[in-house]
Ligand binder design. Structure first.
Ligand code: HEM
Length: 302
């Protein structure tokens, strides 16, 4: 596949990152929005800043991205999956938090006055291992079953849909707040059975319950298979902490199928993850492809 995509999506998880959500200022019009996006485009080389546009922003520009829709809220079986739509999302990436502050300010200035900064979550990589994967704050390696190489490109990026769409990606962004007390109250065995893998050696546990996280989300167990590229990172603020779950797909199908199964919407069985963590927000965005080192915004009429 020609590399049309924002490279940061493929590159993997950086040492530190910020997830920044912008909303539209009250009096912004289509012209102001377009000018802001044109100013943002050279700043977002796709590596230091990965950009995603929400369904409402695409609609405000009178454009259409086939397959993009708002995040579906889910309720029932004792769990809540909230939907908190966002307008524009930036994953600001690097290896120094100070640099990220300055970069965030540049992005903020480029987008003003049409866009106002709404929400920032600081995130970091934890316990990077030889496998190249970090760990969730529960201590479990995260990213093991991610597709790699060509399979990752196939899973994460649009192909065969034409110029301005190919190389684009749909991202699900969902912040999970861990209940560390609940997690710490479990025995080591119980923890492993919640996840479906052993924390010590990362081996999958064949006889873990149907509610085990990796059993609920086994990508090849969906019809059609639901592969996607997860790029989640731990976050913390004061003494609250959790996982910023982020998954890129050539469509939103894989995430939605997995989320439905996790939330018990398919068979009433809820993912054990919900007993130690819960989602506090959730939104979908479309990450445009790149062209000549800038965001390719032709589909938005730019
Ligand atoms: C608190 C939130 C979450 C935590 C801590 C978490 C953690 C983990 C861990 C430790 C693994 C096993 C290693 C690996 O393959 O990466 C895993 C696998 C996986 N998770 Fe999550 N996860 C969370 C939320 C989600 C959500 C919301 C989804 C999708 C809706 C998801 C989808 C997956 C998938 C697809 C796999 C690989 C399954 C396979 O094919 O074996 N996870 N997760």
């Amino acid at each position: 596949m020609t590399r049309l995509y924002q490279p940061g999506i493929f590159e993997g998880v950086p040492a530190v990152a910020r997830y920044v959500v912008f909303s539209l200022a009250q009096d912004s019009d289509a012209d102001g929005i377009k000018q802001a996006l044109v100013r943002l485009s050279p700043l977002s080389n796709g590596s230091d800043v990965v950009v995603g546009l929400g369904p409402s922003l695409v609609a405000a520009l009178g454009a259409q991205i086939p397959g993009l829709h708002e995040f579906p809220a889910m309720e029932g079986h004792g769990v809540t999956v909230p939907s908190t739509p966002g307008t524009l999302w930036c994953w600001v990436r690097g290896d120094d938090l100070g640099d990220l502050l300055h970069l965030t300010r540049k992005v903020q200035k480029a987008l003003a006055p049409a866009f106002a900064l709404r929400h920032v979550v600081d995130a970091f990589r934890h316990a990077l291992g030889e496998s190249g994967h970090g760990r969730d704050l529960t201590g479990y390696e995260d990213g093991t079953e991610n597709p790699t190489g060509d399979a990752a490109e196939q899973a994460a990026f649009t192909h065969g849909k034409g110029e301005g769409l190919d190389g684009g990606s749909f991202v699900a962004v969902q912040q999970w707040l861990h209940d560390m007390d609940a997690f710490e109250a479990l025995t080591d065995d119980e923890r492993d059975h919640h996840i479906g893998r052993r924390r010590d050696d990362n081996e999958e546990i064949e006889d873990s319950p149907t509610s085990a996280h990796v059993k609920r989300t086994a990508q090849e167990d969906f019809d059609p298979p639901a592969f996607m590229l997860r790029r989640s990172m731990p976050w913390m603020m004061n003494m609250q902490a959790g996982l910023m779950f982020v998954a890129f797909g050539e469509s939103l199908y894989a995430f939605e199928a997995q989320m439905r199964r996790m939330a018990g919407q398919e068979d009433g069985i809820v993912d054990a993850m919900f007993s130690i963590s819960r989602p506090v927000n959730g939104a979908y965005f479309w990450c445009p492809p790149m062209r000549d080192g800038k965001l390719d915004l032709r589909r938005l009429g730019l």
